[in-house]
Design a protein around this ligand. Structure first.
Ligand code: TYD
Ligand code: MG
Length: 459
């Protein structure tokens, strides 16, 4: 085997250096060198084109139709909300990355999942690098898993972990967390980009070679995504992120990449004394309870994955200083700036000298543009100090020309709102149902100024 040598490679230009340097010697970028392992071969990079071409023979190719395409076999974990985001269950040899803030419930959920799988007769392994075996055992007792047969390994050295997986052949192995794992082959510290990437690559290879499903836990680091789960997203088959406010009881698990299923599916859980419990009917959990309508609040019907959910959007518009602030939690800030411009230009609502804060209740993140209309109505309501009518909902995308565009599957959204007792809706014209929906008065609008007028009329 060729001797492995450490090299530092620039993430910006690909240039290399034998030592770590703050500044890349090739392109001059700062803090871009990360450690990589290079096989030392004599003059390996200096092959001429004909020499290079002689390195390997041409391989056989096959038309797509001739390749057998069997659907992958999935094993449901028995935790319905988790299976939903995984696209039905765990896949043999699949690698899942599960990221989220510290303390959000990653270890709890995975321990519950492993125990459920173990009960189904599948051998499981929980590799813990953050807690001792005793701590994990304590947690399992707390979760009511008193006779759990899940195997635990408290280890952080990659080589030992790989050997143990090889020897014990579990069906599913959890590595909690990938940031604690280190390999002796690299000199950089555990948790560095180089270590995290290299260790994840070895584990991924092991999963493919042995058929073991490997779940990597990754903390989202406070300093941004540098050594966090982001650097691993391209390597793994499935990427799940935990969302939610650690102060609230509810947690969302969102699939943002899935080679074996649909993306943007979400699982909803509630953190209880006995761990995470699936919430099968999550449509109303992101509403705060006002006894009477308050200014600056508008309920949005959003469609997350396959289920409609009602989320309260709150806005606070207040006199700002010389450079007014625009802040959003759970919504895109650039989109907020755009909506404020559209409000001004097409509806005559000016917030130029005002601070504008927007928040999606419950720590949920909303990425669909169908939230636009609700955000604008909440802002206008706060600016005017006038609440929206009781039982009011809205959705619809707003374009730069002030037009209100339809949202996908409008009927389903409206039906869910009616089911939860909402009585007035402002929606895009193309989403207006042909048959009336019982209990719901629907105002269909084409333009944002029209939406403002409708609201003024019914308020
Ligand atoms: P944890 O799974 O340790 O988070 P992570 O692995 O993502 O860092 O979750 C820790 C939090 O969950 C902790 O603040 C306590 C809370 N918790 C409960 O409320 N109920 C429980 O049964 C358990 C095990 C934890
Ligand atoms: Mg943990």
């Amino acid at each position: 085997m060729a001797k492995e040598k450490t090299l530092f490679t620039c993430t910006a230009c690909g240039g290399t250096s034998p030592r770590w340097l703050g500044k890349c010697p090739s392109c001059g970028a700062w803090n871009t060198l990360v450690e990589t392992v290079a096989e030392a071969g004599p003059g390996k990079n200096r092959l001429s084109a004909p020499q290079y071409a002689g390195l390997a023979q041409a391989q056989a190719v096959m038309p797509l139709a001739a390749i057998e395409a069997s659907d992958v076999a999935r094993t449901p974990s028995g935790i319905d909300e988790l299976d939903r985001v995984l696209g039905g269950g765990v896949v043999e040899g699949g690698v899942v990355l599960i990221g989220g803030d510290p303390g959000i419930g990653k270890s709890t959920l995975l321990l519950q999942a492993l125990d459920a799988l173990q009960r189904l007769g599948l051998p499981t392994l929980y590799v813990t690098g953050e807690e001792s075996g005793a701590q994990v055992a304590l947690r399992s007792r707390r979760l009511g898993l008193d006779h759990s047969q899940v195997n635990v390994l408290a280890e952080i050295q990659l080589e030992k972990i790989l050997a143990t997986i090889e020897a014990t052949q579990p069906a599913v192995a959890v590595i909690d967390s990938i940031q604690t794992v280190y390999s002796d082959q690299l000199t950089s510290a555990p948790g560095s980009v180089a270590q995290v990437r290299e260790c994840a690559a070895h584990l991924t290879r092991a999963a493919k070679a042995t058929g073991v499903t490997i779940v990597l836990v990754g903390h989202v680091t406070k300093e941004g995504a540098l050594a966090g789960p982001r650097v691993l997203e391209h390597m793994v088959d499935t990427v799940l992120y935990f969302e939610g406010d650690t102060h609230s009881q509810f947690r969302l698990v969102r699939a943002i990449k899935n080679r074996f299923g649909a993306v943007n599916e979400i699982g909803v859980f509630a953190m209880t004394e006995k761990g995470l419990k699936g919430v099968t009917n999550p449509s109303a959990i992101f509403l705060s309870q006002h006894s009477e309508p308050v200014p600056g609040s508008c309920v949005l019907v959003t469609l997350e994955g396959t289920r409609p959910m009602l989320v309260e959007i709150q806005a606070l518009v207040d006199e700002g200083g010389p450079s007014p602030r625009r802040l959003s939690v759970g919504l895109d800030r650039d989109r907020l700036a755009m909506l404020l411009a559209v409000l001004h230009r097409h509806a005559g609502v000016a917030c130029m000298d005002q601070d504008v804060f927007v928040n999606a209740v419950g720590g949920v993140r909303i990425s669909e543009p169908a939230a636009d209309l609700a955000v604008m109505l909440a802002i206008t309501s706060s600016l005017r100090g006038k609440p929206l009518p009781k039982g009011f909902i809205a959705f619809g995308e707003v374009g730069l020309a002030g037009e209100v565009r339809p949202a996908p599957r409008g009927q389903e959204r409206l039906k869910e709102a009616a089911k939860l007792g909402f009585s007035v809706a402002v929606v895009p014209k193309a989403n207006a149902p042909k048959k009336p929906i019982e209990g719901l008065t629907i105002h269909a609008v084409e333009r944002v100024d029209q939406a403002m007028e409708v609201v003024r009329g019914i308020g």
